[in-house]
Write a protein that binds this ligand. Structure first.
Ligand SMILES: [Zn+2]
Length: 183
């Protein structure tokens, strides 16, 4: 059984179940809060639980909302495909320019629906994967990820040689990486 309760202005969906300990979840993408508690837990215990975690809750709700605003879930499969098409077009225009300008080259590239990384490079085959998340990023940010992965076709790790090459090819890359990391 579920009910909505309000604690210090936070709306919480409370579900009592056959579990041993109370646990809380902040849902993506709207930042709504759900708590599961063992049967028989008094509401006062739930209130204490929420108050003791209030800072953590506020921080994470804000993070989830920020993330959702930056990467809105596509309304439909069609929209996701439209994004993928647009991103592929941008990459097809920009990546060969970087290859020409740097002399680095990949054997091919794929846009993948990855959520934890912006890109990856297979250092054996030199195939590059770029995240669909880049569809909502600026050209500058896309360029940084493209170049980063292209450099991996030459240098597999993130050692001094890698960074020296990034410095030479894109002097402002650290600031762009900061923008990507902030989200
Ligand atoms: Zn890397």
């Amino acid at each position: 059984m579920s009910k909505t309760i309000c604690i210090d202005g936070l709306e919480i969906e409370l579900t009592k179940k056959r579990i041993k300990r109370m646990n809380m979840r902040i849902k993506e993408p709207d930042g709504s809060i759900a708590i599961s508690a063992p049967y028989g837990t008094p509401d006062a215990s739930v209130v204490d639980f929420v108050r003791s975690k209030r800072r953590w809750i506020d921080k994470n709700v804000e993070l989830i909302k920020k993330k959702a605003a930056l990467h809105p879930e596509p309304a439909s499969k069609a929209e996701k495909e439209a994004r993928r098409r647009d991103l592929k077009k941008r990459i097809a225009e920009r990546l060969p320019e970087f290859e020409r300008a740097t002399g680095l080259s990949c054997s091919g590239w794929t846009v993948r629906d990855m959520h934890t990384r912006w890109g990856s490079c297979n250092t054996k085959t030199h195939h590059i994967n770029l995240s669909l998340m880049l569809a909502t990023r600026t050209d500058e940010e896309l360029d940084y990820v493209i170049l980063h992965e292209l450099v991996h076709t030459k240098v597999a790790n993130h050692g001094a040689e890698f960074y020296a090459m990034m410095d030479r090819l894109m002097p402002g890359w650290k600031n762009i990486r900061k923008k990507l990391k902030k989200t």
